[in-house]
Write a protein that binds this ligand. Structure first.
Ligand code: SAM
Length: 232
């Protein structure tokens, strides 16, 4: 639920049409049903549905516990085509990344930056779907970097702490992707056409380690999911 839905610490009112539709049509919720509710920004509660109609649903609420721990990952995702972006945002949010930077690289189609999928509200909807799936409530931050060189040369060094492990996923690298990394991670994933050599070199000279995921070349959304599952 949105923070606005929480009208007292023990009472929530849902009026968002999408959530109401989900309650009525997917859950077929009726008065007395108990369900787990996540409140954006932190807590999860046990809710009891007290009333529901086409306009609103009222819950009594007992706030219980914190959401699952995040993956300490900052994802640098070369902007994929809009439908792939939507699915990738959902998957990586469900897996728990903290920050997402959408990055321009040579093989990113310039027209993708004009996509309505990049509007703040659209992005938020995809993040919410991922959070709901994972019973999480903490939104990742999303930023957009439309210029590769200034980002890698000027912004990236500030984003990396001494403890950060930079990893760039690129087919053909010598090392396989490591498993269960405990340090904070900055993970770079290329666009559908992959990174060009110059971009790989830029990341490597910024201290990133190049890793592969085996001989199979995966689509962006599959690669990002596989990488996060290994690294987390
Ligand atoms: N032909 C492109 C290439 O050779 O780089 C394929 C790009 S792939 C569809 C999109 C992105 O997913 C890649 O840039 C990389 O970050 C990641 N990826 C996909 N398969 C991978 C693999 N086997 N090893 C490492 N990274 C991979």
């Amino acid at each position: 639920l949105g923070a606005d839905d929480l009208i007292a610490s023990d009472h929530a009112r849902v009026t968002d049409p999408r959530r109401l539709r989900h309650l009525r049509e997917v859950h077929r919720a009726t008065v007395g049903d108990e369900m787990t509710l996540g409140i954006e920004g932190g807590v999860i509660g046990r809710g009891r549905l007290e009333s529901i109609d086409a306009e609103s649903a009222e819950f009594s609420l007992r706030l219980e516990h914190a959401p699952p721990p995040p993956l300490n990952v900052h994802l640098l995702l070369a902007l994929p085509r809009p439908r792939m972006l939507a699915r990738s945002l959902e998957h990586v949010t469900a897996l728990g990344v903290k920050h997402i930077t959408l990055l321009h690289t040579r093989r990113v189609e310039k027209s993708y930056w004009q996509s309505p999928e990049l509007g703040a509200e659209k992005i938020r909807q995809h993040l919410i779907l991922g959070l709901e799936q994972a019973r999480d409530t903490i939104m990742p931050t999303v930023t957009q970097e439309k210029l590769f060189k200034p980002f890698v040369e000027d912004r990236l060094p500030d984003l990396m702490t001494p403890a950060t492990r930079g990893i760039i996923a690129h087919p053909g690298m010598v090392n396989a992707c490591p498993r269960a990394v405990s340090e904070p991670i900055m993970l770079a994933i290329g666009p559908e056409g992959g990174f060009v050599d110059y971009e790989v070199e830029q990341f490597l000279s910024a201290g990133f380690q190049g890793v592969h995921l085996g001989e199979r070349i995966l689509r962006v959304e599959t690669a990002v999911t596989a990488l996060l599952a290994r690294l987390g």
